[in-house]
Design a protein around this ligand. Structure first.
Ligand code: GCB
Length: 618
């Protein structure tokens, strides 16, 4: 009786709680430099559009039914891969199923899944030998969009959000010898989701980034942060945080190159703050992306990271990097390789994309429209490229839905957690082209305030829009979104010459800015089919795109307080919104680089402009 009551209460709480599906163990910092076993590779899959593996024919969730029986989390029927006896009827068998590559999106691997949006079950076996005094975490760098994870038939947890990492403590679920994992992945678009139903990019489904087991000691370093607050008095501040049984521990913080070796003690919550005062600190900046090897040594483990130190601030119309004015020579990019058409998830993908950005003479990349994989941020740190990281709060969102807000907030916190030690990341963008209204303003204001309290060492922005005002027969473009009051940088997208307006008029536009803050043009651009040549007034031609770039660059300095821009976009990318046959063929063609990796004419226009800008700075 008591059990039933408790269970009913649990169900009620879970129904009331918007966080139900966000259950997971606290994220672990810097997993790529911990002791790990990769679970990438071939996973068997079953396509399950009706979700038969998750709900009974009466529509009851198997997970909940298991919990009702007092077996919390004893998984979905698809986690049972082996029949107990010969007469037992089973209608699925993972071991006979075809495989998908992990990481990867199913969209680009199996023709029949190209347009599929729904549930796919993934399964793989692996051998494991448990070690004494250690904890094991199952880490997913990203799964798009909703996932339920089962280890040896028991639920490990679930996660919502397609672009941020999550992990579960699976120590007690693993056995000696053969183990198996089953993951239900669902990329169904939903009105209340983040992003919502309509976007201008492909809804790649699947386990799209690395999967691994992370093996840590019983008492392990769960988190840490190093930051520089003031470039004039170079004190490195930070904290370390232990998790596990005995949280009061000693940690040596070592930066050999700076001759720093301090021993600190964590408190009963596992936390210790520190201040390090190096004699000669070389600051990180695009021209000199100096990274220090930082080591955290405990009695049980040694975690090392490569960290750069810099400050980023705004002062009236300027963005200041290490106290000096910086102009952001930017470019936007999606997480898609235009040569393979696949989602990016490797170091090589990052090298390709950031290599092109470097070739363009860019010092800044806007990662649109969601947190990209960790390889990009790590490489940007090494190459000296500044990064704008964005939340997929895109176009319209269910602004008054509290669980939508919690979902956006969770994705924000996961992104901040993962990137907090990356010098390259200087801007958190909390949204893109959202409509001005009170509900949206409140939603975004709350996200801004959470971002500020969580991370004070970066700037906050959002890609907004401009509107036109007609004053005495003249059109004035007004940069006046009320959100401008709350962000550090006023950013907006504009498509004069593409979605309306004659590009030849661009240099004569009058602009009105309602805030004395730095202004950043987060998008402009035009579609062009690589190899289609015509005169410069013919749309879809490379010449039109190049002309639009030339005219925009001619007039862009008239925008008050201009501190940089990131045209749309580095390379063509797949999008179901782009059906025009023989031109788009389901690709957004605004890339400076085409499908196949070919540079269009406009690439060279921007490259030349940035080269001059760079020379002016020297
Ligand atoms: C925008 C969006 C971007 C689109 C782009 C376009 O304003 O922010 O996601 O892909 O325009 O190509 O229309």
């Amino acid at each position: 009786m008591k059990n039933k009551l408790t269970f009913k209460l649990l169900i009620l709480i879970s129904l009331l709680s918007p966080m139900t599906l966000l259950s997971q163990t606290s994220l672990i910092q810097n997993v790529y430099n911990r002791s790990t076993t990769s679970l990438n590779g071939d996973w068997h899959y079953i396509i399950d559009p009706y979700e038969n593996g998750f709900y009974s024919y009466r529509g009851h969730s198997f997970d909940e039914e298991a919990e009702l029986k007092g077996e919390p989390g004893t998984g979905a029927y698809f986690t049972n891969t082996i029949a107990k006896n010969k007469t037992e009827r089973i209608e699925y068998n993972f071991s006979m199923q075809p495989t998908l590559e992990v990481p990867g999106s199913w969209t680009t691997q199996v023709e029949e899944l190209k347009w599929y949006e729904g549930t796919v079950w993934y399964q793989r076996n692996f051998d494991y030998t448990p070690k004494d005094n250690s904890r094991v975490f199952l880490y997913f760098a990203a799964v798009n969009y909703e996932s339920h994870v089962y280890v040896n038939g028991k639920k490990a947890g679930s996660h919502i959000g397609g672009f941020t990492p999550f992990n579960f403590d699976v120590t007690d679920l693993l056995v000696q010898g053969e183990n198996f994992i089953v993951v239900k992945v669902d990329n169904t678009r939903k009105k209340e989701a983040v992003p919502t139903v309509n976007t201008d990019w492909w809804n790649h489904g699947g386990i799209t980034r690395d999967v691994m087991l992370v093996e840590l000691p019983e008492n392990y370093l769960q988190d840490y942060k190093f930051e520089l607050e003031d470039e004039n008095s170079p004190t490195i501040k930070g904290f370390v945080k232990f998790a596990g049984r005995d949280k009061e521990q000693e940690v040596t913080v070592k930066i050999a190159e700076l001759e720093i070796e301090n021993i600190i003690r964590t408190n009963k919550d596992g936390i210790a703050h520190f201040n390090l005062t190096p004699k000669n600190l070389e600051l990180w900046e695009p021209g000199n992306p100096h990274l220090y090897t930082v080591e955290l040594i405990t009695s049980d483990e040694k975690v090392s990271d490569r960290i750069g130190f810099r400050t980023i601030q705004v002062n009236d119309s300027d963005i200041l990097l290490n106290g000096k004015k910086v102009f952001l020579r930017g470019i936007c990019m999606h997480e898609e390789n235009p040569i393979t058409g696949k989602r990016n998830f490797t170091h090589e993908d990052a090298e390709l994309m950031l290599g092109w950005a470097k070739d363009l003479n860019a010092n800044f990349v806007r990662l649109a429209h969601y947190p990209h994989n960790e390889y990009v941020h790590r490489l940007a740190d090494e190459l000296g490229i500044l990064i704008w990281e964005e939340l997929p709060v895109y176009w319209t969102i269910d602004w008054t839905n509290r669980s939508t807000f919690e979902n956006a907030k969770n994705q924000l916190l996961e992104a901040i957690f993962r990137n907090k030690n990356r010098a390259s990341v200087i801007i958190w963008s909390i949204a893109n082209e959202t409509p001005v209204n009170e509900n949206r303003n409140n939603f975004l204001k709350e996200l801004i305030s959470i971002t500020r309290t969580t991370d004070s060492t970066r700037l906050i922005s959002a890609a907004m829009e401009v509107h036109s005002e007609f004053v005495e027969n003249n059109s004035v473009k007004v940069i006046g979104d009320p959100l401008g009051e709350f962000v550090d940088i006023i950013s907006f997208n504009q498509y004069h010459g593409w979605y309306g307006g004659n590009i030849d008029d661009f240099p004569n536009i009058n602009w009105r800015l309602d805030y004395n803050k730095p202004v950043f043009v987060s998008e402009w651009g035009a579609g062009a089919k690589y190899g289609f040549h015509a005169d410069k007034q013919t749309i879809w031609s490379e010449e039109y795109q190049a002309h639009l770039y030339t005219k925009t660059l001619e007039g862009i300095d008239r925008i008050p307080n201009l501190a940089g821009f990131s045209p749309w976009i580095l390379s063509d990318f797949k999008s179901p919104r782009r059906p025009l046959t023989n031109i788009q063929d389901m690709w957004n063609r605004k890339g400076l680089i085409a499908e196949g990796g070919h540079k269009k004419k406009a690439f060279f226009v921007l490259q030349h402009y940035y080269e001059n800008k760079l020379n002016e700075e020297d």
